[in-house]
Design a binder for this molecule. Structure first.
Ligand code: NDP
Ligand code: OXD
Length: 315
């Protein structure tokens, strides 16, 4: 068995050493090594380059370091019929829930309002409403959305969720499909995006969406958006317009249409935008090696692959 690593932006050699230690007796190579592509049975991949799959005629599975597989599915040379396994474990999930909780509580506690008061040396005793008066709407009720909801519930937020297919989630007002999207938005103060990027969800965080959010929640300060999924979901020009005209009060953005976010982006200089550089839920080397070496070992013994992507659905 040969495993090849194709990890743009990561230290392939270090990851390869980790896999070699976890998979004794198997060959683990990086793009810099000499190897016969026809021997490769597994490719471990992040941000695929155009030549990523060249010569890999005996692949058994594509192992995605990303939980999101939009870039892989868009790859013109992605081998058809080879299963794609995406990364998903409790370490990554917990990190995402940490991010969501941090940003939701920031906005529920009127962080932008008090930051501005501080800058102006202004003492105004505005008391943020209790958590159960803040409606948090989570877009995407998958692995990450459901875990975020589990954490938000403990804090007492009023929760609503939106998915593609119908769901029944205790303590959450649920909506599904395009036909219920507006009703979902109408009651949402804090909009959290945890959708996969697909043709249907591309550009979904746009001005029209923002204008449908509840206007009188969050002590009348106006709704906010939190995007921790993909930059392709958001139209940044619409975010700026919505912030400028009060349609949105603030935005927390971990992902961007172009990454790294260009230095001349108007988002950088705003006090109502909270920028993080796509770090909401990084996959760590330790947990990545543990998860994917287990996937390979199990697959070698005939067990089914976990977390297999449905290319037709796009996630
Ligand atoms: P899942 O595949 O587990 O869940 C996706 C959810 O989105 C499902 O509930 C699905 O509905 C819903 N959905 C998909 N398409 C639509 C649609 N057209 N309309 C309404 N709902 C839809 O994904 P994860 O929770 O694991 O991950 C979500 C995304 O988070 C990833 O795709 C990735 O892009 C992003 N991510 C970002 C990270 C970061 O650091 N910023 C880190 C990790 C992931 P249904 O249940 O009906 O199928
Ligand atoms: C992912 C990511 O998809 O880090 O895992 O964005």
């Amino acid at each position: 068995m040969t495993l090849v690593l194709h990890l743009a932006d990561f230290n392939e050699r270090r990851w390869a050493d980790g896999f070699a230690a976890a998979l004794p007796g198997r060959k683990v190579v990086t793009r810099a090594d000499q190897y016969d592509p026809a021997e490769v049975e597994y490719i471990f991949i992040w941000k695929p380059k155009p030549d990523a799959f060249e010569g890999l005629v005996n692949l058994k599975a594509v192992l995605s370091l990303g939980a999101g597989v939009d870039a892989l599915l868009r790859h013109p040379a992605l081998p058809q019929g080879v299963p794609i396994v995406r990364f998903m474990d409790e370490d990554l999930t917990q990190r995402m829930s940490d991010y969501v909780l941090a940003e939701v509580t920031r906005h529920h506690r009127l962080g932008t309002r008090f930051k501005r008061d501080q800058a102006a040396r202004r003492w105004v005793q505005l008391y943020p409403a209790p958590a159960w008066d803040a409606n948090v709407g989570v877009m995407g009720l998958g692995q990450l959305g459901m875990d975020a909801i589990r954490h938000l519930k403990v804090f007492g937020y009023k929760l609503r969720g939106w998915s593609r297919t119908p769901k029944d989630v205790e303590g959450v007002e649920v909506f599904h499909g395009a036909e219920q999207f507006e009703a979902f938005l109408n009651g949402t103060d804090i909009l959290v995006n945890l959708l996969p990027l697909t043709p249907e969800t591309h550009g979904i965080l746009n001005y029209d969406t923002f204008s449908k959010l509840r206007r009188d929640g969050l002590d009348g300060e106006g709704p906010v958006v939190i995007n921790a999924a993909r930059g392709g979901h958001q139209r940044e020009a619409d975010i700026v317009r919505a912030l400028d005209d009060g349609t949105l009060k603030a935005a927390s953005l971990d992902v961007f249409e172009v990454e790294p976010l260009p230095r001349d982006s108007p988002l950088w200089g705003r006090d109502d935008v909270y920028i993080t550089p796509h770090i909401a839920a990084a996959s760590s080397e330790r947990t990545g090696v543990r998860y994917f070496s287990r996937v390979i070992k199990d697959h070698e013994t005939g067990k089914p692959l976990p977390n297999v992507v449905d290319p037709g659905r796009g996630y």
